[in-house]
Write a protein that binds this ligand. Structure first.
Ligand SMILES: O=C(O)C(=O)C[C@H](O)[C@H](O)COP(=O)(O)O
Length: 214
C-alpha cells in the first residue's frame, strides 16, 4: 500500500486543522496549498470535520486531504467515505489497526514508545505518527530509535513549532512533521487566509533550511 509519506513527499509539514465551520475549509485549504503545504490533516474533533474533508476533497484538487483523530473503526469508515486520502490516529489498538488496514487508505497510527514501534513493524506497518512528540521525548527520543529500529519512519506531531521543526526534519527517520503553528486561532477566527498562506510558506521552506544548514 502507498505510504502517507509518498503522497506529497515535497511537503515537509502537515498542517493539523481543527475546523469549526465547514464553510472555512475550502479557502483554508487553498491558502495552505498556495503556501506549499498540500498535505492537510483535518481532525475529527468537531462536528464540521467530515463536511470539511468532503468539501476539500471535492473542491481543492491540489490538496491531499486526510482525517486526523481517527480513533475508532467507525471513524475510519466515515473519513474514508468522506474522501479522506490518508488517516491519522494519536494511538492504535488491534481493532483500529485492522480497520485502517482494511480501508485501503494510507494511514499513520500514533506511537510513543519503542515497544509500540516494534509491534507495528511486526505487523508490517513502517509509517507512524510520533505523538505527543515534544512531551514523549522529542528529537533525542527519535534519534535514539533510529539505530535499533531503522525501518520505522515518523511524522512527529504535538507541541512542534516553526522553531523546533527543523531539528526533527534533520533526522533520517523523519520525512515530515505535523503541527498547528501555521494556523493561529486568531487568524482562523478572522478568516485571515493571506496570513495562513504566509505562515504555510514559511513552514514549507523549513526542509530547505535544514538542507542548507547541512
Ligand atoms: O487530534 C489528534 O489526533 C492529535 O493527535 C493531536 C494533534 O496532532 C495535535 O493537537 C497537534 O497540535 P499541536 O500540538 O498544536 O501541534
Amino acid at each position: 500500500m502507498t505510504s502517507v509519506f509518498d503522497l506529497a513527499p515535497q511537503a515537509p509539514v502537515v498542517p493539523v486543522v481543527v475546523i469549526e465551520d465547514a464553510a472555512d475549509a475550502v479557502p483554508l485549504a487553498r491558502a495552505l496549498v498556495a503556501g506549499g503545504l498540500p498535505l492537510i490533516e483535518i481532525t475529527l474533533r468537531t462536528p464540521a470535520a467530515l463536511d470539511a474533508v468532503r468539501a476539500v476533497a471535492a473542491e481543492v484538487p491540489e490538496a491531499v486531504v486526510g482525517a486526523g483523530t481517527v480513533v475508532t473503526a467507525e471513524a475510519v469508515a466515515a473519513a474514508a467515505g468522506a474522501g479522506a486520502r490518508f488517516l491519522v490516529s494519536p494511538g492504535w489498538t488491534e481493532r483500529l489497526l485492522g480497520a485502517l488496514g482494511d480501508s485501503g487508505v494510507p494511514f499513520l497510527p500514533g506511537v510513543s514508545t519503542a515497544s509500540e514501534v516494534v509491534a507495528l513493524l511486526e505487523r508490517g506497518v513502517e509509517a507512524m505518527k510520533f505523538f505527543p512528540a515534544e512531551a514523549a521525548g522529542g528529537v533525542p527520543y527519535l534519534k535514539s530509535l533510529a539505530g535499533p529500529l531503522p525501518g520505522a519512519r515518523f511524522c512527529p506531531t504535538g507541541g512542534i513549532s516553526a522553531g523546533s521543526a527543523p531539528a526533527y526534519l534533520s533526522l533520517p527517520n523523519v520525512p515530515c512533521v505535523g503541527g498547528t503553528w501555521m494556523l493561529p486561532p486568531d487568524a482562523l477566527a478572522a478568516r485571515d487566509w493571506p496570513r495562513v498562506e504566509a505562515l504555510a510558506r514559511e513552514a514549507s521552506g523549513l526542509r530547505g533550511a535544514v538542507a542548507t544548514r547541512g
